[in-house]
Design a binder for this molecule. Structure first.
Ligand code: NAD
Ligand code: TYD
Length: 348
């Protein structure tokens, strides 16, 4: 029987990973360790909270004493680490918060794992979930591979790059069995409405302006969140120790084209006149240090583990919009309180 702690399991991607592991592996004991920051929400995983193989632990990965005690008590044999500060715009206003959670928090988990595992690494695994943003920005052509040099441009990506380096260093120096995955932009249900797709869905519903940064020609590679959770499951079980795997959607979109598609689909679903939501598109001041293009070469995970996205962008986007339209209460809850302050500081 495996005892796995998944960090950040009340957040967007983490909630889909926790759900998958709890439902698919009834013999594993799954611990969800989450501080419930503004981005963490137990409503995201309400459907599994009473499962016998599931335990929620509220706790902060930046608190070394707490993490050490928890690891000593529970003797986890695996960690799937997703807890992080994850929004680039917030990292521009408060970079230190990203160093604390993403770098120090990861260090605390590495140290706690190293301490309880001593030098017995049989059947142990430290899985660090990371981002393609560590590779920096691509020009008009080319793809990020696992050997692309790290070249982070935002405080967020610099903090994730730093934590990736520490994970790798613990592998080289102490023999800690790790895997790292670097994934492209995710979208799907439960995505906090500060990121492009859920923010714009919420604004379209509420007839609010759609703030496109710069000229809107920035490009991202979008992956449906459940396909990321499937990839994490595969790499966790079958990935090789001390390896990195890139995960991507083979699905590049310029922001402005994606936003136009979103407007078109939302107008259809909301019974609005074709083109109505396009009039909400507003070009605003660019993000400083804005990376031009991200795109992943996911051929390694495809060849070695047989993974590829299972959902087309059309299907994924349609499911995502439907989820937001039928989860009005979730959207209202997460956009009340502090969200209003964040929104006015960022956009008004
Ligand atoms: P998210 O912001 O939605 O969720 C983060 C979760 O971590 C929240 O539940 C939050 O409460 C928790 N958390 C934050 N600080 C914590 C702390 N100090 N202690 C314990 N818990 C804490 O993030 P997400 O979009 O689900 O991303 C999850 C991971 O995947 C991150 O490591 C991120 O870098 C990585 N990633 C995200 C994307 C993406 O497109 N969202 C793409 C690639 C990789
Ligand atoms: P985001 O969802 O923040 O993800 P990331 O910056 O990690 O890729 O942004 C995706 C793209 O959308 C990025 O190029 C920035 C752009 N964007 C806007 O144009 N307006 C917005 O309000 C936001 C949040 C993002």
């Amino acid at each position: 029987m495996k005892k796995i702690v998944i960090t950040g399991g009340a957040g967007f991607i983490g909630s889909h990973v926790v759900r998958r592991f709890v439902n698919k592996y009834p013999d594993y004991k799954i611990y969800n360790l989450d501080a419930l920051t503004y981005a963490g929400n137990l409503e995201n995983i309400a459907d599994i909270e009473n499962k016998p193989n599931y335990t929620f632990v509220k706790g902060d990965i930046t608190d070394a004493d707490f993490i050490n005690e928890l690891f000593q008590k529970e003797q986890f044999d695996s960690i799937i680490h997703l807890a992080a500060e994850s929004h680039v715009d917030r990292s521009i206003t408060d970079p230190l918060a990203f160093v604390k959670t993403n770098v120090i928090g990861t260090m605390n988990l590495l140290n706690a794992a190293k301490t309880i595992w001593k030098n017995n690494f049989v059947d142990k695994r430290f899985y660090h979930v990371s981002t393609d943003e560590v590779y920096g920005s691509l020009g008009a052509t080319g793809l990020f591979t696992e050997t692309t040099p790290y070249d982070p441009n935002s405080p967020y990506s610099a903090s994730k790059a730093s934590s990736d380096h520490f994970v790798r260093a613990y592998g080289e120096t102490y023999g800690l069995p790790y895997v790292i995955t670097n994934c492209s932009n995710n979208y799907g249900p439960n995505h906090f409405p500060e990121k492009l797709i859920p923010l714009f869905i919420n604004n379209i519903i509420n007839h609010k302006p759609l703030p496109v940064y710069g000229d809107g020609k920035y490009t991202r590679d979008w992956l449906y969140v459940i396909d990321h959770a499937i990839a994490i499951d595969l790499v966790f079980h079958d990935g090789k120790n001390h390896e990195t795997y890139n995960i991507g959607g083979f699905n590049e979109w310029q922001n402005i084209e994606l936003v136009q598609l979103l407007c078109q689909k939302m107008d259809q679903k909301l019974g609005r006149k074709p083109g109505e939501s396009n009039s909400l598109i507003t070009y605003v001041k660019d993000r400083p240090g804005h990376d031009l293009r991200y795109a992943i070469d996911a051929s390694k995970i495809n060849k070695e583990l047989g993974w590829k996205p299972s959902v087309t962008f059309e299907e994924g986007l349609s499911k995502t919009i439907d989820w937001y339209l039928s989860n009005e209460k979730w959207l209202k809850n997460v956009t009340s309180g502090d969200y209003q302050n964040y929104y006015s500081n960022q956009y008004e």
